[in-house]
Design a protein around this ligand. Structure first.
Ligand SMILES: *[C@@H]1O[C@H](CO)[C@@H](O)[C@H](O)[C@H]1NC(C)=O
Ligand SMILES: *[C@@H]1O[C@H](CO)[C@@H](O)[C@H](O)[C@H]1NC(C)=O
Ligand SMILES: *[C@@H]1O[C@H](CO)[C@@H](O)[C@H](O)[C@H]1NC(C)=O
Length: 517
C-alpha cells in the first residue's frame, strides 16, 4: 500500500499547480495579418522526469505499433488507436466546456483525434477523483448522445460515453462539439497526470467512433481564417514563464526564423510525411536513403527511429545501451565474411542470404537495417511475423559496414566499429545516459525532409533531467523498429518540434518546419 499512498500524495502535490490560458486573438498584432481569425493558446510546460520519459517511451512504442499494424495487419479496427498514458506530456493548455464554462487542462496532441475529459459520472477511478470533471447537468448547452466510447491501452481501457456541448479555446467557441466523458481511466498514470484530458489534433481517419474532431468543427464554423495551426514549444529550460504557443488559423512570426519548408502529408491519420537520409556529424548514415515515413507528434517527448541508426547515434554521442548477445554473436562469427562480401561488390541486399542468416526471399522487399535485435518484449513488431533475429542483426551489420567502407575504413576498424555498435543498441526500457559535460563534443544529427537538411544539435536532442550536481543527461533518441510497408518510421516528438516551429497545414495537406525562435 506504500506505493499507492505515495501516488496519492504526488497527485495531491500536483494539485498545487495551476494553469492559465491566454487566448488573445489579434491582441498581439495579428501575426497572420489582418487581425482576427487567429487564436493563440498559451501552453504550459512540465519539466522532464525519468518517470515521464519512461511513460513517453511506452506510449511512443504503442503508437508505432498501431501505425505498423494499420498497414500490415488485417482486422485491426481504427478504434484501437492508442492513447497510452500521457504522464510525461510536457505541453498543455486550458479549454472550457459548456455554458457557463467548466475549465479543463488538456494536452494538445497531434497524434490522436478525440477530445475527452473526466466525467462527473466517473465514480470509481482514482484519476477522476484528482481531476476536474465535466458535469452536464450544470451546462445549458449540453446535448445528450450517450454512445459508448472506449480507448484501449496496454494496461486496460479508458471507458466512457459521448456527449455534446460547446468547447471554448480562449475567446473562440466551437458549438456542438461531440466529445467523450471518461467514466473509467485505467492505471495510476492518469492519477498523477497534470492535465485532465486530451484534445486530439490528428485527422478524422483515426478518430475513435469517427467523432468529428474539434479542429474540423472549428473550420466548418468559420472560426479561423486560414486552415492551419502551428506549434511553438519552448525548449529554453531557464525560461520558466513561456511554455509554448499553439496558434489556430495562422503562425506567430515571433517564434521562427527564415521560411518554413513544407512537405506533403503522405497518409492522413497521424500527420505523416516522407523523410530521407539521416546524417550523423554530416555523414550519411545510409538509413532511410530509400525514404522513411515520419510523423510530427506533439504528444510524444522523444524522437524515435530505427534501432540500427539509433545505435550509431548512441555510439557517436557516447550513450550506453544494452549489449545484445545476438549482435555480438553475428558480428564475431560473420563480421569478416560480411565485410569480405561487401568488398567483393556483392549486392548488399544479398549478403545475409549468401551467408545463410536470412532466407533468400525474406529480405527482397525490405531495405536492410530496419530490424530489431532486442528482446521479445521490446520488439515493436506488433504481432507481425518476426524475422529471425540473426537475419535482422546481419541486415543492420551490412548497413553499418557499408557506411564504414564508404569512408575507406580498414577491415580492422570496421570490425571494431561493429563490435562497439553491439554495445550501443538502444535499451528499450532504460535510459541512454550521456555525459552532461560532453555536449560540446557531440555531433549534429540531421534529418532530410523535402530535400532540405534539418540539424539537431546536442542542445536540441539531449534531455536534462533535474538541476545542479544531480542533473542527468539522457539521449532523446529512442530505438523503435516498424517493419515495411509502414516502416521504417520516425516519430518526431517534442525534441524535433521544439527545435523546429511546426505548421500543420490542413488546407494544403502538408507540414512545414522552420527553426524555432
Ligand atoms: C453520437 O455521436 C456520434 C458521433 O458524432 C454520432 O455518429 C451519433 O449519431 C450520435 N448519436 C446520437 C444519439 O446523437
Ligand atoms: C532562456 O531564457 C532566459 C530567461 O528568459 C533568457 O535570459 C535566456 O537568454 C534564454 N536563453 C536562450 C538561449 O534563448
Ligand atoms: C576513398 O578512397 C577513394 C579512392 O582512393 C577516394 O576517391 C574517395 O574520395 C575516398 N573516400 C573518402 C570518404 O575518403
Amino acid at each position: 500500500m506504500g506505493s499507492f499512498r505515495s501516488f496519492v500524495l504526488s497527485g495531491l502535490l500536483l494539485f498545487v499547480v495551476f494553469f492559465v490560458l491566454y487566448a488573445s486573438a489579434g491582441c498581439e498584432g495579428g501575426g497572420g495579418g489582418g487581425g482576427g481569425g487567429e487564436r493563440r493558446v498559451t501552453l504550459k510546460r512540465n519539466y522532464v522526469t525519468l518517470q515521464g520519459l519512461r511513460a513517453s517511451r511506452a506510449r511512443t512504442i504503442e503508437r508505432a505499433v498501431r501505425l505498423g499494424a494499420g498497414e500490415s495487419l488485417r482486422g485491426v479496427s481504427e478504434d484501437d488507436v492508442a492513447l497510452n498514458n500521457y504522464m510525461d506530456a510536457q505541453y498543455y493548455g486550458e479549454i472550457g466546456i459548456g455554458s457557463p464554462k467548466q475549465l479543463f487542462t488538456v494536452v494538445f496532441d497531434t497524434g490522436s483525434s478525440n477530445l475527452w475529459v473526466p466525467s462527473s459520472k466517473c465514480y470509481l477511478s482514482l484519476a477522476c477523483f484528482f481531476h476536474h470533471k465535466y458535469k452536464s447537468s450544470k451546462s445549458s448547452t449540453y446535448k445528450e448522445n450517450g454512445t459508448a466510447f472506449a480507448i484501449k491501452y496496454g494496461s486496460g481501457s479508458m471507458e466512457g460515453f459521448l456527449s455534446q456541448d460547446d468547447v471554448t479555446l480562449g475567446d473562440l467557441t466551437v458549438k456542438g462539439q461531440t466529445f467523450a466523458e471518461a467514466t473509467k481511466e485505467p492505471g495510476l498514470a492518469f492519477v498523477v497526470a497534470k492535465f485532465d484530458g486530451i484534445l486530439g489534433l490528428g485527422f478524422k481517419e483515426i478518430s475513435v467512433n469517427r467523432v468529428t474532431p474539434v479542429w474540423y468543427n472549428m473550420l466548418d464554423q468559420g472560426l479561423v481564417k486560414e486552415p492551419v495551426f502551428s506549434f511553438w514549444l519552448n525548449r529554453n529550460a531557464t525560461d520558466k514563464e513561456h511554455g509554448g504557443e499553439l496558434v489556430f488559423g495562422g503562425v506567430d512570426p515571433k517564434h521562427f526564423v527564415g521560411e518554413h519548408v513544407y512537405t506533403p502529408v503522405t497518409r492522413k491519420g497521424y500527420w505523416q510525411f516522407k523523410m530521407g537520409d539521416v546524417l550523423i556529424g554530416g555523414q550519411s548514415s545510409g538509413f532511410c536513403k530509400g525514404g522513411c515515413a515520419a510523423i510530427a507528434d506533439s504528444g510524444t517527448s522523444l524522437l524515435a527511429g530505427p534501432t540500427g541508426i539509433v545505435a550509431e547515434i548512441n555510439l557517436a554521442i557516447g550513450a550506453k545501451g544494452v549489449v545484445s548477445n545476438e549482435c555480438k554473436m553475428v558480428v564475431d562469427q560473420y563480421g569478416d565474411q560480411i565485410i569480405e562480401l561487401l568488398l567483393e561488390q556483392m549486392n548488399p541486399i544479398k549478403v545475409c542470404s549468401q551467408i545463410g542468416l536470412c532466407q533468400s526471399d525474406s529480405n527482397k522487399k525490405s531495405e536492410p537495417g530496419i530490424a530489431s535485435v532486442l528482446d521479445k518484449d521490446a520488439s515493436v513488431s506488433g504481432g507481425m511475423e518476426r524475422d529471425d533475429p540473426g537475419c535482422r542483426v546481419c541486415q543492420m551489420a551490412v548497413v553499418w559496414a557499408q557506411n564504414q567502407l564508404r569512408q575507406n575504413r580498414t577491415r580492422e576498424q570496421i570490425d571494431s566499429y561493429l563490435n562497439q555498435l553491439c554495445e550501443r543498441l538502444p535499451s528499450p526500457n532504460g535510459e541512454s545516459l550521456v555525459d552532461c559535460d560532453s555536449l560540446s563534443s557531440m555531433p549534429t544529427v540531421s534529418f532530410t525532409i523535402a530535400d532540405k537538411i534539418f540539424d539537431l544539435t546536442p542542445e536540441d536532442y539531449v534531455l536534462k533531467v533535474g538541476e545542479g550536481p544531480d542533473a542527468q543527461c539522457i539521449s532523446g533518441f529512442l530505438g523503435l523498429d516498424i517493419p515495411p510497408p509502414a516502416g521504417p518510421l520516425w516519430i518526431l516528438g517534442d525534441i524535433f518540434m521544439g527545435a523546429y516551429h511546426t505548421v500543420f497545414d490542413f488546407g494544403n495537406t502538408q507540414v512545414g518546419f522552420a527553426r524555432a525562435a
